[in-house]
Write a protein that binds this ligand. Structure first.
Ligand code: FAD
Ligand code: NAI
Length: 466
């Protein structure tokens, strides 16, 4: 008989949530993690530290630029060392919390690197080199992702950094050059711009945030440009060379030609992430990977090898913590004989810039490409009482509803607190709700969420305040 019902490899949001849910369902569970702390990319070097820095730097920026208008006369002074401590404490609070939850749920843990020797058998290599075999009925791979590298550009986490280095820069660089206008580029670019850096973002495509509704992305770019960020779209970086203490970054137009050299003190490489399966022994075990290195799974997260499952960043789909968590719950429930399921049509996506961008469901471009007839309801925050009171009027809510059935197909919000507001339309969409359902739901006044209700009313051209 196997020692465990389940071994999970990787204790990120996918892995630790899966382990806890499986234990709740009566399984004997172990988790293997090679980092010294639990929580994976998200808690250690991703979501949590980046949001701590976004929060602190936003308050600093507000104190500097907006408090005076509210009658608060202060001149903030940056203590970056303390801000980094604040961020580290946020990480510690969260990773310790996960350790507590794993203990509380009686999940055994092995701090070491896991390798699948055979179905049902994982070899753990501890930091001191010692090895131990652990056996289980099922294995869940939740090993996440790693930074995508640019050929010829060596990340040293000091002058040329990934997101990890950009979360711990000891001083705000005078000039920060960001490669990639995706989520990390815009979030961490915002942090350092607020703390005093001149930020230039070089993006291969002719737009920021590919995949996000184009109208929303354009508006965000306009606002970030007003805040001082410089964008070089349709451009590719062809090399980075040391030039004294600075970095000489050569860029050219995406089509080739039109060469230019930009000087920067720090370069942030943020061109995406790739699935992480190094040393896991997947090919030896016969686990099939796709052409992008992701573990191939069926609708029940089963890989090509019986008894081996995979979830989170290491499989197809958006690389988001909440997607990994929900897959962790789903696979645990499937292993317990229940009907675990994730609705991939309703996975919210948030960019924590100021203003924030939050969306769920389809973009206009996706609906057009799919030939779906849709109606649009839009409401600007300039017409929302609470936003006017707070003087946070940048942005709008856009609701896309099916032209025939009125069912909500997509919601896109750019504005303060968009990250919190997106939960309401997500619930609505999970229940297959219509724009009319949202329009007829009473919303408290004065709140920013009234803009969501008014956008729903605007689908039928009957918004009151615009
Ligand atoms: P991971 O969190 O990557 O965890 C995998 C774990 O497996 C790691 O701890 C790793 O050490 C371990 N591991 C790997 N191989 C082995 C092995 N062989 N043996 C033992 N252990 C192993 N997502 C959001 O939803 N919201 C955000 O705001 C957000 N912000 C982000 C900010 C940054 C800077 C970054 C980089 C990412 C951010 N993400 C965010 C993405 C999010 O972090 C990932 O989608 C999420 O962490 C994926 O979870 P996971 O469990 O699949 O993998
Ligand atoms: P990304 O995929 O969001 O953006 C990468 C950008 O780099 C794209 O715009 C792409 O066109 C561009 N690019 C690619 N190659 C390039 C090149 N050679 N030169 C110039 N531009 C190039 O990836 P990013 O920002 O690195 O983030 C990785 C992932 O982490 C995200 O996709 C997301 O899943 C997750 N994440 C989520 C966050 C959130 O939910 N708030 C925050 C941060 C990360």
């Amino acid at each position: 008989m196997a020692t465990y019902d389940l071994i999970v490899i990787g204790a990120g949001p996918g892995g630790y949530v899966c382990a806890i849910r499986a234990s709740q369902l009566g399984m004997k569970v172990a988790i293997v993690e090679k980092r010294s702390t639990f929580g994976g990319t998200c808690l250690n070097v991703g979501c949590i530290p980046s949001k701590a820095l976004l929060h602190a730097s936003e308050l600093y920026d507000e104190a500097d630029n907006q408090f005076a208008a509210m009658g608060i006369d202060v001149k903030p002074k940056l203590n970056l060392k303390q801000m980094l401590t604040f961020k580290d404490e946020a990480v510690k609070g969260n990773v310790d919390g996960v350790a507590f939850l794993l203990r509380k749920n009686k999940v055994d843990h092995f701090h070491g690197t896991g390798r699948i020797k055979a179905p049902g058998l994982v070899e753990v290599t501890f930091i001191n080199g010692e090895k131990q075999d652990v056996d289980a009925k099922s294995i869940v791979i939740a090993t996440g992702s790693a930074v995508a590298k640019l050929p010829g550009i060596e990340i040293d986490e000091e002058a040329i950094v990934s997101s990890t280095g950009a979360l711990s820069l000891p001083t705000a660089p005078k000039r920060l050059l960001v490669i990639g206008a995706g989520v990390i580029g815009l979030e961490l670019g915002s942090v350092w711009r607020r703390l005093g850096s001149e930020v230039t973002v070089v993006e291969y495509l002719d737009r920021v945030l590919p995949g996000t509704d184009a109208e929303v992305a354009k508006q965000l770019q306009r606002i970030l440009t007003k805040q001082g960020m410089v964008f070089k779209l349709g451009s590719k970086v062809t090399g980075v060379k040391k030039n004294g203490a600075a970095q000489a970054v050569t860029i050219e137009s995406a089509q080739g030609g039109d060469k230019q050299t930009l000087e920067a003190d720090v370069v942030l490489v943020a061109i995406g992430r790739v699935p992480f399966t190094d040393g896991l022994g997947l090919s030896e075990a016969g686990v099939k990977l796709d052409n992008r290195g992701r573990a191939v799974v069926d609708a029940h997260y089963a890989t090509s090898v019986s008894g081996i499952y995979a979830i989170g960043d290491v499989i197809d789909g958006p690389m988001l913590a909440h997607k990994a968590e929900d897959e962790g719950i789903a696979v645990a429930e499937i292993l317990a004989g229940q009907a675990g399921h994730v609705n991939y049509d309703v996975i919210p996506n948030v960019i924590y810039t100021a203003p924030e961008v939050a969306s769920v469901g389809k973009s206009e471009e996706e609906l057009k490409a799919a030939g779906v007839a849709y109606k649009v309801g839009k409401f600007p925050f300039t017409a929302n009482g609470r936003a006017k009171a707070n003087q946070t009027t940048d942005g709008f809510v856009k609701i896309l509803a099916d032209a025939a059935t009125d069912r909500v197909l997509g919601v896109h919000i750019i504005g303060a607190d968009a990250s919190e507001m997106i939960a309401e339309p997500s619930v609505l969409m999970e229940f297959g709700g219509s724009a009319e359902d949202l329009a007829r739901t009473c919303h408290a006044h004065p709140t920013l969420t009234e803009a969501v209700k008014e956008a729903a009313m605007a689908v039928d051209k009957r918004a009151i305040h615009f």
